[in-house]
Design a binder for this molecule. Structure first.
Ligand code: UDP
Length: 248
């Protein structure tokens, strides 16, 4: 969030944003499932100009042994930005930002992953941001949800994530890079299928009324994303009965 150049208008008088969206619209999303043959589950997701690859491994014996939990699997989430993913090269290796994003994203999944079924094991979620254009943590969570399902990890439901923000004084859904840079606030959220919030963060300043309005927008955005996620999973796992009987 930096100072906006005086002549830059992020929302026109007609209510259109720089990429042509209205305040309540998310960027176009494209999901591919099972793209990595060595991972137990994987997903490639494009959301606007974001490009994210996720590989899920496990449940597998947790190493080192001292990291094991006797009563459940440990969930590990590593968010990494490729150095070529941003305009100014990102320094390779963990940063304060990537460690924070990894932590909050892992916590966003903990309420739904049935870790108690797999004591002493680890479930690893590796996120690689290949191209970043604002909203990479939310994009990565949406992709991870699919990769976890692809790996067959038992979950109580999918996690869906989207941000809202304040741009030119207006509350809008799913900020793009210009809006993230020159907007007044960014508020990423993740939620379960039942609308229970599992991640909430805020950068900037918002009034309680603005947050209330933004959360309504985010609920709408997450519902649309959930439909996209479910359609992708159905396509992969709902093999028509005729096809099964033909194969056997
Ligand atoms: N960004 C960047 N360099 C960095 C970190 C972030 O250029 O080292 C850009 C990137 O496009 C990212 C955006 O800033 O998507 C917003 O970053 P933020 O920390 O708000 O996380 P995000 O919105 O991606 O979850």
């Amino acid at each position: 969030m930096s100072n906006k150049p005086e002549n830059l208008t992020l929302i026109t008088d007609d209510g259109l944003r720089l990429d042509g969206r209205r305040a309540d619209e998310i960027r176009p999303m494209k999901i591919e499932i099972g793209v990595l043959s060595r991972a137990d589950g994987s997903c490639y997701l494009e959301w606007g100009r974001n490009k994210i690859l996720v590989g899920v491994f496990g449940p597998r014996e947790a190493h080192p042994r001292r990291s094991q939990r006797a009563d459940a699997a440990v969930i590990r989430y590593r968010y990494n930005m490729a150095s070529f993913s941003v305009e100014d090269r990102a320094r390779p290796g963990p940063s304060r930002r990537s460690i924070e994003i990894s932590k909050v994203s892992r916590e966003a999944f903990e309420p739904v992953i049935m870790a108690e079924l797999f004591p002493k094991t680890a479930i690893d979620i590796f996120v690689e941001v290949l191209q970043a254009d604002a909203g990479t943590r939310t994009a990565a969570i949406n992709a991870s949800s699919i990769a976890l399902a692809d790996a067959g990890i038992p979950m109580k439901g999918l996690i869906t994530s989207c941000a809202f923000g304040k741009v030119d004084g207006q509350i809008v859904l799913d900020l793009n890079k210009e809006e993230d840079n020159y907007g007044e606030a960014d508020f990423p959220v993740a939620m379960t299928q039942d609308g229970e919030i599992t991640l909430i963060q805020m950068d900037g300043h918002l009034t309680p009324e603005e947050i209330k309005k933004g959360l309504e927008l985010v609920k709408k955005g997450c519902k649309e994303i959930l439909e996209i996620q479910q359609a992708v999973l159905r396509k992969k796992f709902e093999t028509p009965v005729e096809e099964i009987s033909e194969e056997t």
